[in-house]
Design a protein around this ligand. Structure first.
Ligand code: FAD
Length: 377
């Protein structure tokens, strides 16, 4: 990428990235490396647990390309050798990464991972504002974006930027306010808990476990520190919302599983945090860009957790986004259009894969959850 002059005063940036998850920090880092004055604004600070932990082997070449591989290894995320699933049949079938040219995948300490990306962005020259939320936007007289920021103790400040990146995840904070259309492909919800073992951590099984049930499906993943992330996924309109939010009732639902409940009982896992209710439907915004802004990561297109691809896709999209923004700031008019096309291809290939995987489960024809996702014959 060509270097552009860093000629803005402190509160004026070429690019303001809203959101410091994998998409925002990767995009901010690459822009800063290209010499673009960039700020990243991230609301959260010091959180204990962030959901979304599976990183596939394909992350290895990406992290190498970003120059973050050695740093990633130092954080000692849990190595994962694949998945095992009861999907389409009651028996578990292993899907090992053994034949993957990139080797194993990982179960992340997600807070550490996001922190690593944010620190790398800051070291590259991006100005990071943590514990700060973008709460309003307008335009300056020079037609730049003006963002109102609200900090930790409610203190307010303003910054100006020529270009805005919406990396706010599923909130789509900025894109929603630009009047874009949101497309939702289903109404999948997740009720996710963090579980701790009763005694010292003895569970060593780092395969991701997926189990289909009549009303949806469950997944379970061991994370660094010997804790377990367990999630129940079902549609928001199937009458399970009240039940799934309450720990004892969520545990009752879990008992309807075979493999997940066996694992939880074996090590005496108990809920430490949760269940948290989260929208996890497949959705996107259309268009993903506008005049001097674009959406990236989940803000642009969010995927079903079954794909285990959200983080990787967000980071890859951030690389495309950074290139498009640099070109746009240099006056190359069609650069954002390329980005739109790239995002469109990613989304269509994801939707085809999603259809393929859900179609493999044919045991519950009568269940609305599966009927909506499988071909009717
Ligand atoms: C149950 C579940 C399981 C998942 N499992 C996996 C998995 O195994 N593997 C995988 O790859 N992906 C998984 N994902 C998806 C993955 O977590 C996301 O795809 C990924 O986090 C997207 O990154 P992002 O940077 O786009 O958004 P996010 O990580 O959501 O980051 C957005 C950031 O924006 C900040 N923000 C929001 N609004 C504002 C504002 N107004 N001002 C300032 N900051 C703001 C938020 O604090 C947040 O840090 C899972 C998701 C869920 C819900």
């Amino acid at each position: 990428m060509a270097r552009l002059a860093r000629d803005q005063p402190e509160q004026n940036f070429a690019v303001a990235v809203i959101g410091g998850g994998p998409a925002g920090s990767t995009c901010g880092m690459l822009l800063a490396r290209a010499g673009i004055s960039t700020t990243i604004i991230e609301s959260s600070e010091g959180i204990r647990w962030k959901i979304g932990e599976g990183l596939p082997p394909l992350a290895k070449p990406l992290l190498r390309k970003l120059g973050l591989w050695e740093r990633f290894l130092k954080d000692e995320h849990l190595v994962s050798y694949g998945n095992t699933s009861a999907w389409g049949s009651p028996d578990l079938v292993d899907h090992s990464f053994v034949f993957d040219p990139n080797g194993n995948g990982w179960h992340l300490d997600r807070c550490k991972f996001d922190e690593m990306l944010l620190s790398a962005a800051e070291e590259s020259g991006a100005v990071l504002r943590r514990g700060t939320t973008v709460t309003s936007w307008s335009k300056t007289r020079a037609e730049d974006w003006k963002l109102l920021l609200t900090g930790r103790n409610g203190q307010r400040s303003e910054i100006a930027a020529r270009f805005v990146v919406d990396a706010t995840g599923r909130k789509r904070w900025f894109a929603r306010r630009q009047g874009v259309k949101e497309i939702e492909y289903d109404s999948l919800m997740g009720w996710v808990s963090l579980l701790s073992p009763e005694g010292p951590a003895a569970d060593k099984d780092s395969l991701t476990l997926v189990e289909a049930v009549e009303k949806g499906w469950w997944y379970l993943a061991l994370i660094p520190g010997g804790k377990l992330v367990v999630a129940f996924l079902s549609d928001s309109d199937l009458g399970l919302i009240r039940q799934s939010r309450q720990p004892p009732l969520w545990m009752e639902l879990l008992k309807e599983t075979t493999h997940v409940s066996r694992r939880v009982a074996r090590f005496g896992y108990r809920i430490e945090i949760g269940p948290r209710a989260i929208e996890v439907n497949s959705s996107c915004v259309n268009p993903t860009t506008g005049n001097a802004w674009l959406a990236v990561g989940d803000a642009a297109a969010a995927f079903d957790p079954l794909s285990s691809q959200g983080i990787l896709t967000a980071m890859e999209a951030a690389m495309h986004a950074a290139t498009a923004i640099v070109q746009c700031l240099q006056g190359q008019g069609n650069s954002l259009q390329h980005y739109v096309l790239e995002m469109g291809e990613v989304l269509s290939s994801y939707l085809a894969r999603r259809y393929f995987y859900y179609s493999k489960e044919r045991r519950w024809y009568h269940s609305p959850f599966w009927r909506r996702r499988t071909p009717q014959t």
